[in-house]
Design a protein around this ligand. Structure first.
Ligand code: 1CP
Length: 360
């Protein structure tokens, strides 16, 4: 559905961010549970390493150089739109630009992932962290969004990491296997840990508001490591801060809360009233709909490993999910977590085309 609308009949909350007269607003309709045609499809981590065009750019630039360059932000954001005609763009950036702005020294190593050079080890490290008085150190993101504006015919999703997930990197210093250090903080220095989470949340609010001002149409918060938390820890160390961020946004634009662990924590995420809950791949979406009614949209939740399956199997699984969610006005098809870097473009294309071939 490529709709043509004037600002008069565009969804109210996003009117001022829509500048093109020809705009596919399927995602925004679904985020308001008002989509009467096939579900929108986009994929977490669609703008990344599985694309040959992305890898060709990475031959020339480091990952962080790309994140800092507004022209390249725009170019990479658009790669999956051009390759697959997905129904939404997600800003090319990373959740770790906030720790970078907090000057803990962020690097990305091939085959290792992110490294924090000066991880948080004591209360003094937390007290030292600057508050977000001005965001000039993140200006490149604003410029990237502005570069994208005239070239978009689908909604642009801005994002940040959830304070808990960002704190995990800042404390563990890298992608952790056991989260021992962060658990130590929770049990031995919970107040200090709260101070850190609050600081990251304040930065996140300022950063998301900057993205709203620059013109994103929707937002997603990634809590990729929430699945390591007990139910009570999730309430105390994650959900509280997600709620705090939602309250701090200056404009009512649709926000998707994704967490790994949402098969369990989904109803709690819904209780703080985001536009949508992003589901990991463990749950049955239709059953989640029984406990998360309209007007909250549901996004997800194919197994990311499905993209290694034979193409007919990909079609079968996508069709099974589409059949099950048929008629749901607030369903957005996505994976249950990000695309792995080594899947084939053919597999991704098969997934997206199976959705796009549906009626409507
Ligand atoms: O080597 C390279 O070229 C860098 C690879 C890469 C890319 C393309 C990293 C390093 N980050 C990104 C982009 C990115 N990261 C996006 C862009 C938009 C998109 O296409 O979705 C987004 C939304 C993220 C978010 C992100 N970064 C998360 C949350 C989502 C998730 O996958 O759980 C996390 C945990 C990170 C940390 C991160 N950044 C990069 C790596 C290798 C990691 C560690 C986690 C991982 O291995 O995926």
């Amino acid at each position: 559905m490529n709709v043509f609308y004037s600002q008069k009949n565009a969804p109210n909350s996003v009117v001022s961010n829509i500048i093109s007269s020809s705009f596919n607003d399927r995602l925004l309709q679904a985020l308001q549970c008002r989509n009467n045609s096939r579900p929108p499809v986009w994929l977490m981590r669609q703008a990344g390493r599985h694309l040959a065009s992305y890898r060709a750019l990475r031959e020339k630039y480091s990952f962080l150089d790309m994140c800092h360059n507004p022209e390249l932000i725009a170019e990479v954001t658009l790669l999956p739109i051009e390759a697959y005609q997905v129904d939404a763009a997600i800003l090319f950036s990373d959740i770790l630009v906030i720790p970078e702005a907090l000057k803990v020294g962020v690097r990305f190593e091939d085959k290792v992932g992110p490294i924090i050079e000066k991880p948080i080890t004591n209360l003094h490290d937390i007290e030292k962290l600057a508050m977000p008085e001005d965001l000039t150190s993140l200006e490149f993101v604003k410029e990237g969004i502005r570069c994208l504006q005239p070239r978009l015919n689908v909604p642009l999703i801005g994002f940040c990491g959830a304070p808990f997930t960002v704190a995990s990197y800042m404390i563990e210093g890298k992608t952790s296997r056991d989260f021992k250090k962060i658990k130590h903080w929770m049990y031995h220095e919970p107040q200090g840990f709260h101070t850190l989470l609050r600081k990251i949340a304040d930065w996140s609010i300022a950063y998301l508001n900057m993205q709203i001002d620059a013109g994103v149409h929707a937002l997603q918060i990634f809590d990729s490591w929430a699945n390591t938390l007990s139910y009570r820890q999730f309430q105390e160390f994650s959900l509280n801060y997600l709620k705090y961020i939602l309250k701090g946004l200056k404009k009512d634009i649709p926000l998707i809360l994704f967490c790994r662990g949402s098969s369990v924590f989904g109803p709690d995420l819904a209780s703080i009233k985001p536009a949508a809950v992003g589901l990991d791949w463990n749950c049955r979406v239709k059953r989640m709909r029984d406990v998360i009614p309209y007007p909250i949209a549901l996004q997800g939740n194919l197994d990311p490993d499905l993209l290694y399956a034979p193409l007919p199997k990909i079609r079968e699984e996508v069709n099974a999910l589409l059949d099950e969610m048929e008629g749901d006005r607030g369903f957005i098809l996505n994976l249950g977590h990000g695309i792995f870097p080594d899947v084939s473009e053919e597999a991704v294309r098969t997934l997206v085309e199976t959705v796009r071939e549906r009626r409507g």
